[in-house]
Design a protein around this ligand. Sequence first.
Ligand SMILES: *[C@@H]1O[C@H](CO)[C@@H](O)[C@H](O)[C@H]1NC(C)=O
Ligand SMILES: [Cu+2]
Length: 239
Amino acid sequence: MKYFSAAAAAVVGASVASAHTIFVQLESDGVTTPVSYGIRDPSYDGPINDVTSNYLACNGGPNPTTASSDIIDVTAGTTVNAIWRHTLTSGSDDVMDPSHLGPTMAYLKKVSDARTDVGYGAGWFKVQEDGYNNGVWGTTTVINNGGLHAITIPDCLEDGEYLLRAEMIALHAASSSLGAQLYMECAQINISGGKATKTPSTYSIPGIYAQNDPGILINIYSMTSSSTYTIPGPDPFTC
Ligand SMILES: *[C@@H]1O[C@H](CO)[C@@H](O)[C@H](O)[C@H]1NC(C)=O
Ligand SMILES: [Cu+2]
């Protein structure tokens, strides 16, 4: 407990300058879109803390979020990069404060209209996750990659419009209830080239996480490099 308090105090001091983060651009088929093109970006970079909120799907609420009139083309079977920045105007050296340790994940939802779908509710499936491996958190990997969050789009999906929800969870204050900081935005994408050979099991957002999940309510300062971390949410869909 003594160790945790010292570490937590250090985090509070360090997190002011470049604390939060936004998924601002998508790199797909070698093309990097302009900031907020085809992505429902908020005007404020703060987290969602309540995992039961509809804003867990595509942000909103405390972080007013606008849908885009654009849709980004994505080829099934390729790896896209969600690009994270501290604010809408930050550079690649300002992704998120390194104190923000936790997993990265990505989800897809098939929709009939990516521009207008509300986001929250049934239909989501996970396609990527990176938790804690030999002492390295998924968020650290994204920060060290200049904000690039690699997501492979399964090649067995049906073509059509989808929402792509990229997520980073910061656990530096997650030892108290509602302390985990969940960052997510939804890109509006159009998948083509899919083989349509397998249909994913889908889940509701909110609904995928509970406040007391072991990956949401957790004291990360008691972990060692050999500790096991349980990534929240369903298992990733694979072809
Ligand atoms: C999605 O891609 C297909 C195949 O390229 C194209 O025919 C369709 O018009 C696209 N839809 C949107 C909304 O961009
Ligand atoms: Cu923050």
